[in-house]
Design a binder for this molecule. Structure first.
Ligand SMILES: *Cc1c(COP(=O)(O)O)cnc(C)c1O
Length: 385
């Protein structure tokens, strides 16, 4: 680690592989590994390479640029684009040999035409909106699209899929409503495909991490897992099933860059939002520009010397201030300049999890992880050397 790195994230590819294997074994069907948003902040190229080494055959990305990055790095696995490509991206998408999400007639026609022109057949995954009400075509419209797709030259129906809105709360009956809607759609789709004597069976997938773990009937031919690959829970209250052991993949580190005593009652940082209880404070060179959310101001704790230290005052762009503890001062063990700080991850016997930071910031672990910025260098361990 260069001396200049103010904070860095250690990404444990061994833990990633472990999580992939845990999920793959538990769900019993192929896992489409979701590596969008730079693999949830972990670095999409090393993560994808490790997942492919572990046996993953399909990866999913949010946009063309993410797919292009993986292809440029030599990743040969199937790549599923989770949304319809823009018109300006279709040719490159074909070139990159992507699986395309489809949920509109205009895109289907455009894709078919461009594919024929390029002398290719574009694999499509028809997306049905069963209640998430974000992307996807409603069941009726999707059936029309299906009929059109199977009749179109240049198009191969490679998948049929949907997306769950509330699977992270397994007690919510809406997931079963969505699954019932999807199952009905599949029966109707099946009838159309049989009528046409279609030989290839489209890959049916519906489950994100939460649905994959909590709803066996949501697994179909494959599941799409993101957050659990990275070792975090889909929500703070999500009941992790027995027999699934996930390990956090990323930990976030920094070093104390200044220790000093301030007058009693001092209120560090912008806004002077909180008075110190102890006179000794430590400054850590990480801030909201690195993705340490400003909403963690006066709420989060960091680990130094295996002990928790509360963030005091507002998180600033480049720095946070933490309070040293009475017990430490009286035990003569001071925080010192250069001490390693863990912002997220284990240290000593304690751990600050992404879920904990999420709860304190009023968000979800997904946001904690994906916000860790480009200024934070990623250091990879546990992979092939
Ligand atoms: C991001 C995403 C996933 C992965 O969800 P997790 O909760 O991280 O497992 C699956 N499917 C779609 C369509 C997504 O956008």
């Amino acid at each position: 680690m260069s001396e200049q790195a103010k904070s860095w994230a250690v990404v444990d590819l061994g833990a990633l592989r472990h999580n992939y294997e845990q999920i793959r074994r538990f769900v019993g069907v192929p896992v489409i590994c979701v590596v969008k948003a730079d693999a949830y902040g972990h670095g999409s190229v090393p993560v994808s390479q490790a997942l492919v080494d572990a046996g993953a055959e399909m990866l999913a990305v949010a946009c063309l640029e993410e797919a292009a990055t993986l292809r440029a790095a030599g990743i040969k696995a199937s790549l599923l684009l989770l949304s319809e490509a823009d018109e300006s991206e279709v040719d490159e998408g074909l070139e990159l040999d992507l699986h395309f999400a489809v949920y509109s007639k205009s895109f289907l026609d455009l894709l078919a035409e461009r594919a024929r022109r390029a002398g290719r057949v574009a694999p499509i995954h028809l997306k049905v909106d069963t209640g998430m009400h974000r992307l996807g075509a409603g069941p009726k419209e999707a059936l029309d699209l299906l009929e059109q797709a199977v009749a179109l030259e240049g198009i191969a129906l490679a998948g049929i899929w949907t997306h769950m809105a509330v699977a992270d709360d397994p007690s919510d009956p809406f997931t079963r409503t969505q699954l019932a809607e999807f199952t009905t759609f599949l029966q109707e789709a099946e009838a159309i495909l049989e009528g046409r004597g279609a030989e290839e069976h489209p890959l049916v997938h519906a489950a994100n991490s939460a649905a994959a773990l909590a709803f066996p009937e949501a697994r179909f031919d494959a599941v799409r897992a993101g957050i659990t690959l990275y070792g975090a829970r889909p929500s703070a209250t999500f009941p992790m099933p027995e027999g699934v052991d996930l390990r956090p993949v990323l930990s976030w580190h920094s070093r104390v860059c200044l220790v000093k005593d301030v007058p009693p009652g001092a209120r560090p940082s912008y806004g002077r939002t909180r008075a110190v209880e102890n006179p000794r404070i430590a400054v850590i060179p990480v801030g909201y520009a690195d993705g340490y959310l400003r909403s963690l101001s006066n709420r989060a704790e960091v680990l130094i010397g295996g002990q928790r230290h509360p963030v005091v005052g507002n998180v600033t762009m480049d720095y946070i201030v933490v309070e040293c503890r009475n017990e430490e001062l009286s035990a003569g063990r001071d925080v010192e300049l250069g001490d390693e700080v863990v912002l997220c991850g284990p240290q000593g016997g304690d751990e600050v999890s992404a879920e904990e930071l999420a709860e304190r910031a009023g968000t979800i672990a997904y946001e904690i992880l994906t916000r860790i910025g480009p200024r934070v260098r990623r250091v990879y361990v546990g992979g092939p050397t």
